[in-house]
Design a protein around this ligand. Structure first.
Ligand SMILES: *[C@@H]1O[C@H](CO)[C@@H](O)[C@H](O)[C@H]1NC(C)=O
Ligand SMILES: *[C@@H]1O[C@H](CO)[C@@H](O)[C@H](O)[C@H]1NC(C)=O
Length: 614
């Protein structure tokens, strides 16, 4: 495949010769268009403006869990929409101005400290640090918590009541929070003699405060960075294609149309058409913008004292061997993946015929039930080991027993209580939105929220009475319990032990809740679940989702890290993507690709510049 890149190189080379041969050589580069965002028409607009700052402990946890059969998977744009709570804005509730026009000290702060929000105070020629680093951190803790609470509240108001007014407030909150972070960053950078600090907890706090991601950029650069991402997401979010055999039926969107075709169509040509068209209208359109964004992203990383964005994204894992550890972990899973892959290939060969599926070649990416081949659970029906011995779906039983959304959460609460965790605070029940309100627009993606005040924890979920949501409810509550467990730590530490922990805990809980045996214990299964064929089918479905996802998630960031580190030349971006896909996932594109294509860009996290490793 990289040969295509080589051909292109020759073409470019010839073009350069041509240009140089002109009397007045000019590189006719398209100007960067700065005022494009066409997302004004797309509601909700603000999903285009979330950047991820992996180090922001304020980030609330968006739920990712796409229980097996969920079309609203990790790929729903909204799904990640808050993962990146980074520039989690926070808006500062305006502090009172004193009669003489000066601002009050920030609440609780001992007089004479600094106020990161006050430009006059911004450490002009004096270091605000006068030796009392503990006092400084305490003040920061309070300030950061308040910023966080205000910001989270603004985001909550928007997501649970989508309209122009709440959106504007959410965006303003985000902006203000960036400014707050920038102020903090400048402050910490001005502190002296930090290397003398012995206490590892104190220096770790300072370290975390000093890493603010893109907020470290000067305002014009930050603005440009945001616009590049907005432009890409605008392309991604508004992309549509026409139907396969009906060129006049157009306007098909990723959600719900294309996701559904990829999941359920078994028409080879139709799948190939949809697969190709989606990439033509997304990835291909954003390649240049992506390359510009990478440069600024690396610039932001450097301002945070990292050599590039890859190193910045790795920081919260606090491991110098992370990349090797990941590769080792993958090597452990690989034998299982290879067995699964070989089995699926055999079954698809039976289904589509030996002329379409080779005994040896990688699998074509378009027939695996998912736009990105990241989960194959949607081809369970045509590949299951024991047809007819379906694993359990307790949905009918839940309906029969008259479950309501609240009942589902009460049941989930009991699960955690049985693990010896406490019951949920009453505020949780009064503040949460557990079913879709009818009087306003809500972004329904399930998510768990920490309001940063050690009291207020909420879930937003448009719960349906079915098995998937039963498991998701447990997953979300796992986030809430995690929030509660670390609530007494300093604000800057109130987050998962590393970016993977929150999801890992939620997934572990979700997996144990969904087992046939547990469902039987809940009285949702009346029949025996001891049959091996049922068990195998259940485990197979799990593997199609969970095991298959591992190499996909791994190469997503492996590919990007190469770009951030500039180890890969620009004219092999797409080629390298397919090289990794083949090597790790054993899949290949259904049609010939070239460097005009930018297939990774057809996946939300690439234009959004959100890390995938978590
Ligand atoms: C939704 O937002 C609008 C505009 O801010 C506000 O007037 C309305 O009361 C909000 N609705 C709810 C239920 O909070
Ligand atoms: C187009 O394809 C779809 C799905 O494959 C099928 O249901 C439909 O009948 C086809 N339409 C025409 C005009 O062939």
């Amino acid at each position: 495949m990289c040969d295509v890149g080589a051909i292109r190189k020759v073409v470019i080379f010839l073009k350069i010769i041509q240009i140089l041969a002109e009397p007045n050589p000019q590189l006719n580069l398209p100007p960067y268009s700065s005022s494009t965002p066409s997302y004004d028409n797309i509601y909700p607009k603000s999903d285009v403006n979330r950047k991820y700052d992996p180090y922001d402990p304020n980030r609330k946890n968006q739920d990712p869990y796409d229980a097996n059969r969920d079309v609203y998977s990790r790929d729903n744009p909204y799904y990640n929409y808050n993962l990146g709570y980074p520039e989690e804005p926070g808006y500062s509730s305006p502090r009172p101005i004193n009669a003489d026009g000066s601002r009050n000290e920030f609440p609780g702060g001992s007089g004479g400290l600094f106020d990161p929000n006050n430009p006059d105070d911004r450490f002009k020629n004096r270091s605000p640090y006068r030796g009392d680093i503990r006092g400084l951190l305490q003040a920061l803790d309070l300030q950061a918590s308040q910023q966080c609470t205000a910001n989270v509240a603004a985001q909550w108001n928007f997501e649970t009541n989508v309209n122009e007014a709440t959106q504007l407030e959410a965006l303003n909150a985000q902006q203000a929070y960036s400014e707050f972070q920038h102020g903090l960053w400048e402050l910490i950078n001005r502190l002296e003699k930090l290397e003398n600090i012995q206490d590892p907890i104190i220096s770790r706090q300072l370290r975390y405060y000093s890493i603010v991601g893109p907020a470290a950029l000067p305002p014009d650069q930050l603005d440009r960075y945001n616009r590049l991402i907005n432009d890409m997401l605008s392309v991604y979010n508004s992309a549509t294609i026409c139907a396969h055999n009906e060129p006049f039926r157009c306007g098909l969107r990723l959600q719900p149309d294309l996701v559904s075709i990829m999941a359920s169509s078994r028409n080879w040509d139709e799948l190939q058409f949809v697969w190709t068209e989606w990439r033509r209208n997304t990835g291909q359109q954003i390649k240049d913008t992506y390359e510009q964004m990478v440069q600024i992203s690396n610039e932001a990383a450097r301002l945070n004292n990292f050599t590039n964005t890859a190193e910045y994204w790795n920081f919260p894992f606090e491991s110098s061997t992370l990349n090797d550890d990941l590769e080792d972990a993958w090597q452990e899973v690989k034998p299982l993946y290879e067995l699964l892959h070989a089995y699926v290939r055999r079954r698809l060969r039976d289904y589509y015929g030996p002329d379409k599926i080779s005994r040896q070649a990688p699998l074509p990416a378009h027939i695996l039930g998912n736009m990105w081949a990241q989960s194959w659970v949607n081809i369970f029906d045509i590949t299951q080991p024991y047809p007819g011995h379906n694993f359990l779906d307790v949905t009918p039983e839940m309906i029969k027993q008259g479950y309501s959304p609240i009942d589902i959460f009460r049941l989930a609460e009991d699960f955690f209580v049985s693990l010896n965790l406490s019951a949920l605070p009453t505020d949780f029940w009064s503040g949460s939105i557990l079913q879709e309100p009818l009087d306003r627009v809500v972004l329904c993606q399930p998510s768990a929220w920490d309001f940063c005040n050690r009291r207020d924890y909420r879930i937003k979920m448009c719960t349906q009475v079915n098995m998937k949501d039963l498991i998701t409810a447990h997953h979300e509550l796992a986030h809430i319990h995690y929030f509660i467990q670390y609530k007494n730590l300093p604000k800057v530490f109130r987050d998962g032990a590393n970016p993977a922990f929150h999801e890992a805990i939620g997934e572990a809980i979700g997996l144990s809740v969904g087992t046939p045996r547990h469902l039987q214990a809940l009285g949702l299964v009346q029949t025996s679940v001891e049959e091996t064929s049922v068990d195998i089918n259940y485990l197979y479905a799990m593997a199609l989702d969970k095991v298959v996802f591992l190499p996909y998630a791994y190469i997503m960031d492996k590919w990007r890290y190469d770009i951030f580190k500039r180890e890969r030349v620009k004219d092999q971006l797409n080629c390298n993507w397919w090289r990794l896909s083949e090597e790790y996932m054993g899949i290949k594109p259904p049609v010939l690709r070239s460097e005009i294509d930018f297939d990774p860009g057809s996946k939300y996290h690439i234009p959004a510049n959100i890390p995938y490793m978590r």
